[in-house]
Design a protein around this ligand. Structure first.
Ligand code: NAD
Length: 249
């Protein structure tokens, strides 16, 4: 049996590269029309063109800074117009601004809270009218294993990612009325530009703590997103799925 999808029009934030690009490609290969939101129009459009070239389905790129509420409202409206509606929202855009607590600047705190917490809130709020109207929609939010374990140097990031988990649980209860599911993925150590920036000694220390003995691939997070968006997951909502090679159980 292959996966089936009743949803057909998705936004993926932070989709120009890394995990977001893998999610956009997987949803596109499953037949959904996809709008990629990212900081720069050119990067979003280039990735959209590449994915569309491989899948043969409609993929569009938009410049949208998810921490800017006005941009989010405008971009969601525009994407929903271009896609002919909206039934799926995947909030994936993310940044790190690491520093130990005693050295963390207000700017590092504000930027991380802005992208992850305000960004997820803004995207959920802007997409809510479309999902409520359509019914049977899908929301998937990308958190992090750091929400569960904490991580030295990531007080801002782990707090924001834990906030996303709580947001998902409340949104799942609210969206249930329109038979829309809201779920969360907490990736572990995934091989992307974000983790390539981690110093080599920390990287080896992280890898030694992963029972499956390797970093995850962006496609392995995309597979979990596809499951949550599929008809197979119609009865799954408010769930937190750890995809981390056993790093945290
Ligand atoms: N890589 C990992 O190991 C890992 C682990 C746990 C969670 N995550 C989470 O997964 C998500 C994707 O991470 P990644 O590893 O692919 O990172 P990445 O840095 O490779 O890609 C992030 C993407 O988000 C975009 N982005 C950043 N700020 C944005 C903003 N304000 N508005 C719109 N787009 C913005 C970037 O331009 C980039 O295209 C993030 O939420 C991250 O916190 C990653």
């Amino acid at each position: 049996m292959t996966m089936t999808f009743s949803v057909s029009r998705a936004i993926v934030t932070g989709g120009a590269r890394g995990i977001g690009a893998a999610i956009a490609e997987r949803l596109s290969s499953e037949g959904l029309a996809v709008a990629i939101f990212d900081l720069e129009a050119r990067a979003a459009e280039a990735t959209a063109r590449e994915i569309a070239g491989r899948t043969g389905n409609r993929v569009l790129g938009y410049a949208c800074d998810v921490s800017d509420r006005d941009q989010v409202n405008e971009s969601v409206k525009l994407a929903a117009q271009d896609l002919g509606g909206l039934d799926t929202m995947v909030t994936n855009a993310g940044i790190t601004r690491d520093a130990f607590l005693h050295k963390m600047t207000d700017e590092q705190w504000d930027q991380v809270i802005g992208v992850h917490l305000t960004g997820t809130f803004g995207c959920l709020r802007a997409s809510a009218p479309y999902l409520r109207e359509h019914g049977n929609g899908r929301v998937v939010c990308i958190s992090s294993v750091a929400a569960a374990t904490g991580n030295p140097g990531q007080l801002n990031y782990s707090a924001a990612k834990a906030g996303i988990v709580a947001m998902v649980k409340t949104a799942a209860r609210e969206f249930a009325r329109s038979k829309t599911t809201v779920n969360c993925i907490r990736p572990g150590f995934i091989d992307t530009e974000m983790t390539r920036a981690v110093p080599e000694d920390m990287r080896s220390a992280m890898l030694s703590m992963i029972p499956l003995g390797r970093p995850g691939q962006p496609e392995e997070i995309a597979a979990a997103v596809a499951f949550f968006c599929s008809d197979d997951a119609a009865y799954v909502t408010g769930a937190i799925l750890d995809v981390n090679g056993g790093f945290y159980m």
